[in-house]
Design a protein around this ligand. Structure first.
Ligand code: 531
Length: 363
C-alpha cells in the first residue's frame, strides 16, 4: 500500500472493523477515574465519557474495568464482576452512541499492582485495615518498593477462575451495550506479568518459554472471542517493551501479535512499560508510535498508537503514513474534550458529523 498517496486514510476518514464503523480515527484511551464504589459506574462516568463522545471522538473506551474484586487497582476502580454493574453502564453507552461515538471498554486484572490507594491518596499498597486485599500474580514477586506487597503465586485453579472471570465480564460488557472490547495485557498488570520473564518465573506450562508465557493471554483471548460476537471488534493492549534487559520486547510483541491475530483479535493497542519501577523511558511526542508502525507492518494486524499524541497534524500523520489505524489520546482529551472538533478545523476538515448541534454556534 503506498502509504503516502493522496488517497491514504487520514484522521477523519471512517474506519470499519467487522460491523462497527468509527466516524474518525480518534479514540479516547481508557483512563482510570478511581470514582466507583463497589465497581459501579455513576454520574461522573456518564459526564466524563459522555463529554468526550460529544467532543467528537470516534471511539470512547471506558477505563480499565476489573473482572473480579481482587483485580481492581484501587477500591475506586470500575468493575464488571457482577450483574449489578451492567445497568448504569447501559445508560452511559446509550448516550455515547447518541453522540455518534462507539462505546468501548477495557477489561483487566491488576495482578500484583492491585490493592493500592487511589493516586490522590498516594497510590501505595493498602494494608488490610485500610481496605486492602491479598494480590495474585504468576509468581510471588513484588513490583518494588512503592508497591511492596508480595502476591500469591497463582495455582492452575486460580488461572482458570480468572479466565472465567474475563469471560463473564465480556458477557456483561455485551449486555451493557459495548461495541468494542479491549483486553488489558499491558502496564504491568496481571496478563503482562505472565508475558514478561521479569515477573513470570513459573516452571509450569504458564512460565519459562515464550509459548508458555503467552499461554494465559492466548487462552483468555480465545475464551473471550467465543462469547464476544464475531461482528464486534476485539482489541488487546500490550506493553510492546518493558524497556528493560531480559524483559518483554518488540520482537516478542510481533510474534504475539501474529498469534493474537490468529485467535481473532482485530486490533493491537500498542503501549509500553510499567512492569517494573525505576526504568528509564524515552518519553516524548509519539514515543510509542514506532512500535505500532512496526507491528502493523510486520503482521498486517490493525493497530492503535497511544502516548503523548497531542497535536492534530501529528495525529493525522500517524494515520496517513500507515503507522496506526487509530490514535488513542488520553491526557490531551482530559485537557480538551473537544479536541477532535478543534483538530478537524485545524486540518480543514468538516465538523459536520462531530460537533453537537447544541454547540454549533461555537464552531
Ligand atoms: C500508567 C501508565 C500509563 C501509560 C503507560 C504506562 C503506564 N497508568 C496505567 C493505567 C492506570 C493508571 C496509570 C492502566 O493501564 C490501567
Amino acid at each position: 500500500m503506498p502509504a503516502k498517496s493522496n488517497n491514504a486514510p487520514h484522521l477523519f476518514q471512517p474506519l470499519t472493523i467487522k460491523s462497527i464503523t468509527l466516524r474518525n480515527r480518534i479514540g479516547v484511551s481508557p483512563m482510570c477515574q478511581y470514582s466507583s464504589e463497589d465497581g459501579l459506574a455513576n454520574d461522573w462516568h456518564l459526564v466524563h465519557l459522555g463529554a468526550r463522545a460529544a467532543g467528537g471522538a470516534g471511539l470512547v473506551i471506558a477505563e480499565a474495568t476489573a473482572v473480579s474484586p481482587e483485580g481492581r487497582i484501587t477500591p475506586g476502580c470500575a468493575g464488571l464482576w457482577a450483574d449489578r454493574h451492567v445497568e448504569p453502564l447501559i445508560r452511559i453507552n446509550r448516550f455515547v452512541r447518541q453522540q455518534g461515538a462507539v462505546p468501548g471498554i477495557q477489561i483487566g486484572h491488576a495482578g500484583r499492582k492491585a490493592s493500592a490507594a487511589r493516586p490522590w491518596d498516594g497510590g501505595a499498597h493498602l494494608e488490610a485495615e485500610a481496605g486492602g486485599w491479598p494480590t495474585l500474580a504468576p509468581s510471588a514477586l513484588a513490583f518494588g518498593a512503592e508497591l511492596p506487597m508480595v502476591p500469591h503465586a497463582m495455582s492452575i485453579a486460580d488461572i482458570l477462575r480468572v479466565q472465567n472471570d474475563f469471560v463473564s465480564a465480556t458477557q456483561r460488557a455485551l449486555l451493557a451495550g459495548y461495541e468494542w472490547l479491549e483486553l488489558h495485557s499491558a502496564h504491568g498488570y496481571l496478563s503482562h506479568e505472565f508475558l514478561s520473564p521479569l515477573s513470570n518465573q513459573r516452571t509450569d506450562s504458564y512460565g519459562g518459554a515464550f509459548e508458555n508465557r503467552i499461554r494465559f493471554l492466548l487462552e483468555t483471548t480465545e475464551a473471550v472471542r467465543r462469547v464476544w460476537p464475531d461482528r464486534l471488534p476485539l482489541a488487546v493492549r500490550i506493553s510492546c517493551t518493558d524497556w528493560a534487559p531480559g524483559g518483554w520486547d518488540l520482537e516478542q510483541s510481533v510474534e504475539l501479535a501474529r498469534r493474537l491475530k490468529n485467535a481473532g483479535v482485530d486490533l493491537l493497542d500498542c503501549s509500553s512499560g510499567a512492569l517494573i519501577p525505576g526504568v528509564k523511558i524515552p518519553a516524548g511526542p509519539g514515543f510509542q508510535v514506532g512500535f505500532s508502525e512496526h507491528i502493523r507492518r510486520e503482521t498486517g494486524l490493525a493497530t492503535a498508537a497511544v502516548g503523548l499524541i497531542t497535536d492534530p497534524a501529528q495525529a493525522d500523520q500517524i494515520v496517513r503514513l500507515g503507522q496506526a489505524d487509530v490514535v488513542l489520546l488520553a491526557r490531551e482529551l482530559l485537557r480538551d474534550p473537544h479536541w477532535p472538533v478543534r483538530a478537524a478545523r485545524a486540518l480543514g476538515q468538516s465538523t459536520a458529523d462531530m460537533a453537537p448541534r447544541q454547540y454549533s454556534r461555537a464552531w
